[in-house]
Design a protein around this ligand. Sequence first.
Ligand code: IDP
Ligand code: MG
Length: 133
Amino acid sequence: MIEKTYTMIKPDGVANKHIGDIVGRFERVGLTIERMELSQVSEAEAKENYAEHEGKPFYDGLIAYITSGPVVKMVVSGENAVATVRKLMGATDPAEAAPGTIRGDFGLTMDENVIHGSDSVASAEREIGVFFG
Ligand code: IDP
Ligand code: MG
């Protein structure tokens, strides 16, 4: 099914100059970049996006990290876009992420894991609303 997902290159991914490589991986499998914007995530957007993690021990650090520098926000579409982007991202913890995945290739720890991607079509719709209005 053709669907849209929300994905975001996190501040470490931008700072370490992986934008082109990551966008290239999406295009290589045939996904379409529908929207793309480099900008800073506000504290309000960060809290809305990560509401499910409020109260967890890593929550404050996560909000500080995601607002610490520019990110690249994207809407990506295609067949099974949500699952395909998650597959290309790899496991949440870069230490567990397979080589060849974005997190496996560009990350080292869970505190800076390079990229965000929606985990369902419903989350994608919500997150596109948060970040693109
Ligand atoms: P996901 O990004 O693979 O969907 P989630 O469990 O939804 O993973 O967690 C959201 C984000 O919160 C992760 O990408 C990561 O940046 C951060 N995070 C999750 N668990 C931890 C942790 O144990 N320590 C530090 N950061 C974490
Ligand atoms: Mg998640």
